[in-house]
Design a protein around this ligand. Structure first.
Ligand SMILES: [Zn+2]
Length: 268
C-alpha cells in the first residue's frame, strides 16, 4: 500500500502545485515545497502502523522534513546560525526516535490517525510550523499537507471495497479511514482536544483573534485602533486629519494640543 499512497499523493501534489503555480503569484520553489508536502501528507496517516518499513521510513522522512519547515520558527528564538543548526538536530532526534517510540505506544492501526479531525490537525500544525510573512503561503502549505492526507484516506476507503464480482462488496475495513470518531472514546476525545488547541493557536498566530489582558479571546478587528483626529487647520480653515499620538505622552506631539496651540478647533 505504501507505493500506491506515494503514487496517488504524488499525482495530487502535481495537480495542486502546478495549478497554484499557474493561478497564484507563488514561485517555482514554493510550488516545489507544496508538492513535497502533499507527498508527506499522503504518508502521514500510516504513522499508526506499528512495525515494518513504512513506519521507519516515515519517521526518518518526518525527522528530516520537520526541522526544515520549522526553520523560521527557530530563527525567531535562536539568534545565531549555530543555535538554529542545534535546534534542527534536536528536532530531528526528537521526531525520529521520540516520535517513533510515542507512536508505537499510543496508536492503533486505523485508529484516530485515519480520521477527518486528524487531517485538520495535520493542516493546522503545518500552518503553525510554516512561519511566513505571507499568510497565503502558510495556507497553501497547510492545504498541501491536508490534500495528501485526504488522498490517503480516500485510497484506503477505495481499497476496502471488493470490486471483484458483479456487485462490489464492502470489506471489514470499510469506514475505518474516513471517519469523525474512532472505536476508543479516549482517543477520540484526545484527538478533538488537540484539534481545539490547534484551532485556538492558529487563530491567535494568524491574527484572527487575540487574547486581551484578562485572558479573554477577542477578534482582532474589534480592537480599538486609534483614529486620526479631524481638525480645522488654523492657517487655511480647511478640515484636516491629524495623526493620533502612538502611545507616547509627549505633549508636543499630541495633535489636539498642536492644533489648539495654533488656534485651530478640534472637531472630534
Ligand atoms: Zn492508511
Amino acid at each position: 500500500m505504501f507505493r500506491e499512497h506515494v503514487a496517488v499523493s504524488g499525482a495530487c501534489g502535481a495537480v495542486l502545485a502546478s495549478g497554484m503555480w499557474v493561478a497564484t503569484p507563488i514561485d517555482g520553489v514554493q510550488a516545489g515545497v507544496a508538492f513535497t508536502l502533499v507527498g508527506i501528507g499522503g504518508a502521514l496517516p500510516d504513522l499508526d502502523s506499528d512495525r515494518g518499513r513504512p513506519i521507519q521510513e516515515l519517521t526518518a522522512l518526518l525527522g528530516a522534513a520537520v526541522p526544515f519547515v520549522l526553520v523560521r520558527r527557530f530563527a525567531e528564538i535562536a539568534h545565531t546560525f549555530d543555535a538554529i543548526v542545534g535546534l534542527g538536530i534536536c528536532t530531528y532526534l526528537l521526531v525520529r526516535y521520540g516520535g517513533g517510540w510515542a507512536l508505537r505506544k499510543l496508536t492503533v492501526h486505523r485508529g484516530m490517525f485515519h480520521s477527518l479531525p486528524a487531517m485538520m490537525i495535520s493542516g493546522l500544525l503545518t500552518y503553525l510550523a510554516y512561519k511566513s510573512p505571507n499568510n497565503g503561503i502558510r495556507l497553501l502549505m497547510a492545504t498541501a499537507v491536508m490534500t495528501g492526507f485526504a488522498s490517503h484516506l480516500m485510497l484506503d476507503e477505495w481499497c476496502s471495497v471488493d470490486w471483484r464480482g458483479l456487485k462490489p462488496r464492502l470489506k471489514k475495513s470499510a469506514g475505518t479511514a474516513i471517519k469523525w470518531a474512532g472505536d476508543y472514546p479516549s482517543a477520540t476525545i484526545a484527538c478533538y482536544s488537540l484539534l481545539g488547541l490547534c484551532v485556538y493557536a492558529a487563530a491567535i498566530d494568524g491574527d484572527v483573534i487575540e487574547v486581551n489582558r484578562l485572558g479573554v479571546p477577542q477578534r482582532v478587528a474589534d480592537r480599538k485602533e486609534p483614529k486620526p483626529w479631524l481638525a480645522v487647520s488654523p492657517e487655511t480653515g480647511e478640515a484636516m486629519l491629524a495623526e493620533a499620538p502612538d502611545g507616547n505622552d509627549d505633549a508636543e506631539r499630541d495633535p489636539v494640543r498642536m492644533v489648539e496651540a495654533k488656534g485651530g478647533v478640534v472637531l472630534r
